[in-house]
Design a protein around this ligand. Structure first.
Ligand code: ZN
Ligand code: ZN
Length: 135
């Protein structure tokens, strides 16, 4: 089966394929994402773990908080993934690492309570103060 979505890091060391649609695409304004990505906000697409296949090197893992691991390319440093023991069975992939990020528009914002005052996206999508209720 041909993957519908593909992506990878800046240098091409890490590549991934994803089958099917994301469970959620969101913009995160939390401080941890901001620092990890060195960016004012971070877009994430959430998938079931078994939708995602790494086809070259796997991301190197950094434990950014007790439950959470952030994956990045060990060669070029691109931030690729986020998994948390608080959300078993799912993986977030950074929308910016997809080959066609334009196919993954966000549908909500979370950690809006930490949003930088000069970051204002021109949408009227839901803005959750923290991480939204999740099933
Ligand atoms: Zn790389
Ligand atoms: Zn975040």
């Amino acid at each position: 089966m041909t993957a519908e979505l593909t992506g990878g890091c800046q240098c091409g060391n890490v590549k991934f394929e994803v089958n099917g649609k994301p469970m959620m695409v969101a913009l995160c304004h939390c401080r941890m994402c901001r620092r990890a990505h060195a960016a004012p906000a971070v877009a994430w697409a959430m998938f079931q773990l078994d939708q995602v296949r790494f086809t070259r090197a796997r991301p190197k893992s950094y434990r950014s908080s007790p439950p959470a691991q952030r994956g990045f390319c060990s060669e070029c440093g691109t931030q690729i993934s986020f998994v948390s023991e608080d959300l078993p069975g799912v993986i977030d992939l950074s929308v910016g690492s997809f080959d066609r990020p334009e196919l993954l528009p966000h549908s909500l914002h979370y950690w809006d309570s930490k949003r930088l005052p000069w970051v204002n996206f021109a949408d009227t999508l839901p803005r959750h103060a923290e991480f939204p209720p999740f099933e």
